[in-house]
Design a protein around this ligand. Structure first.
Ligand SMILES: Nc1ncnc2c1ncn2[C@@H]1O[C@H](COP(=O)(O)OP(=O)(O)OP(=O)(O)O)[C@@H](O)[C@H]1O
Ligand SMILES: [Mg+2]
Length: 208
């Protein structure tokens, strides 16, 4: 529950902050700008209300009903609209059939990787690769920002990297994060795809 609150509600609150920050500088803008921001914040607050209910009822995120590939593409678009940072998604297939727990874990790890980029990276572009090969699902999220340092990875009161690693380990997978040589940070996960489920289960599934 702590991980769900952090990765979902924490991420949406970061998005609300991204919308509000430009309203707090001294530039005078057209009323239209503030109306658009208010509408964006309202829809994000609706998302927090929905997420609170879903987390309390132990339900998986609704966007996963469309499958992990569509969910990742949707989250990338939302992130780009919110932050102005380009977010390019490449997948080696139309859809990857995953059981409920695995889809939720990958989606939450992706959300936290993006939230970290919005909060810390000062990046201009994010590259996302989602793929399936040899019974493993892979997710790579690479930004071109300032790059994570070793002490950053071991901050005592930081929860996000720990949460991403724990989610992977619980599913028998691996989590890697590193500063890239040129610039930026790379998050990579690899998790075995075990219990494949029918699309009926996938559509109606609850998070376990
Ligand atoms: N993409 C990134 N680029 C640069 N620095 C990063 C990136 N991702 C994480 N970091 C650094 O790693 C630290 C730890 O990240 P982590 O997600 O664990 O915690 P956090 O984002 O600070 O807080 P939270 O507990 O809300 O997630 C961050 O504080 C930041 O300094
Ligand atoms: Mg974080």
């Amino acid at each position: 529950i702590a991980r769900e609150i952090h990765d979902d509600i924490g991420g949406t609150l970061t998005a609300i902050k991204c919308e509000l920050v430009p309203c707090l500088d001294n530039s005078s803008r057209a009323p239209e700008f503030y109306r658009n921001k208010a509408a964006a914040v309202e829809s994000l607050v609706d998302m927090v209300i929905d997420s609170t209910r879903r987390i309390a009822l132990d339900l998986r995120p609704g966007v996963l009903d469309c499958g992990i590939v569509a969910a990742v593409r949707w989250q990338a678009r939302e992130f780009n609209q919110r932050t102005g940072i380009a977010c390019v998604v490449a997948c080696n297939c139309e859809e990857i059939m995953l059981d409920g727990d695995l889809a939720v874990a990958i989606f939450r790890i992706f959300q936290e990787a993006l939230t970290n980029i919005a909060k810390h990276a000062h990046a201009a572009e994010v590259q996302v690769k989602l793929s399936e090969a040899d019974n493993q699902v892979y997710l790579e999220v690479t930004d071109d920002g300032c790059g994570i340092t070793r002490p950053d990875m071991n901050k005592v009161n930081s929860f996000g990297i720990r949460s991403m690693r724990e989610r992977c380990q619980q599913l028998g997978g691996h989590f890697y994060i590193q500063k890239k040589k040129e610039a930026g940070t790379e998050v990579m996960i690899r998790i075995p795809v075990n219990g494949r489920v029918s699309s009926r289960d996938r559509l109606g599934g609850q998070e376990g």
